[in-house]
Design a protein around this ligand. Structure first.
Ligand code: HEC
Length: 202
């Protein structure tokens, strides 16, 4: 009897926790976001307004219907700007700095802060690097595994420039579209993935 009472009490507790973890409505989330941006400049205020794609991802909790996924892929593909000189690869050494830099994108940043891509936060890249995140797949030997193939180079550029042109509601930032990284920085990080001399491919 005592055991049953404990089990019942535990059940009530668990149910209570589940209810507490339920996600609040989008309106509550939006209001909260607005309040936290209260002191930010108008330019920054504009950034919390989701674009069409992000609005779908937010309401669908990153689980868009197949029609919405098609719509997102189509729209995001049109938002990729390719390098004017047709070259996708820059300097891998500078690319390492981009991949390893998690600064930028905060309104407390000193003026002139150069933002990084923070790639290591989600990906393994150089196999010798001890610290990396695993939210994204390992990119070790990325160029080598793809035989430095031109089509794979272009695909990776698209992914980095606009992750949602490849995976709707991706967790990976849309680096080019959202102007987190410049075209030159994207080329450098591309070289870090694809240059045969890059530690990623060693
Ligand atoms: C917040 C986490 C996150 C960050 C930061 C991030 N990525 Fe990703 N990346 C992902 C995820 C997750 C995937 C898997 C596909 C998807 O869900 O979009 C991915 C996929 C990729 C792919 C495709 C891999 C394949 O299967 O061919 C490439 C290339 C890539 N990322 C490069 C980068 C580079 C370069 C950077 C830094 C400029 C970066 N990522 C930063 C999360 C991230």
């Amino acid at each position: 009897m005592l055991k049953l009472a404990i089990a019942l009490a535990a059940g009530v507790l668990l149910a209570g926790q589940a209810a507490a973890q339920e996600r609040p409505s989008q309106a509550v989330i939006d209001a909260y976001l607005h309040s936290t941006f209260g002191k930010a400049s108008p330019e920054w205020q504009a950034r919390i307004k989701p674009d069409e794609t992000l609005a779908i991802c937010n309401t669908m909790r990153n689980n868009p219907s197949s029609a919405q996924s098609d719509e997102i892929l189509k729209r995001e593909a049109t938002r990729v700007t390719y390098p004017a000189d047709g070259k996708f690869l820059g300097d891998w050494k500078k690319g390492y700095a981009v991949a390893n830099n998690g600064r930028g994108g905060q309104f407390s940043d000193p003026p002139g802060t150069v933002a990084g891509g923070n790639c290591f936060a989600c990906h393994q890249l150089d196999p010798k690097e001890v610290s990396y995140g695993t939210l994204g797949p390992s990119l070790t030997a990325y160029g080598k595994d793809r035989k430095y193939d031109a089509e794979s180079v272009k695909d990776a550029y698209i992914k980095i420039y606009n992750s949602m042109a490849v995976v709707p509601c991706s967790n990976m930032p849309r680096f080019g579209v959202n102007k987190v990284l410049s075209e030159a920085q994207i080329k450098d990080v591309m070289a870090y993935l694809f240059d045969p001399e890059s530690p990623v491919n060693k």
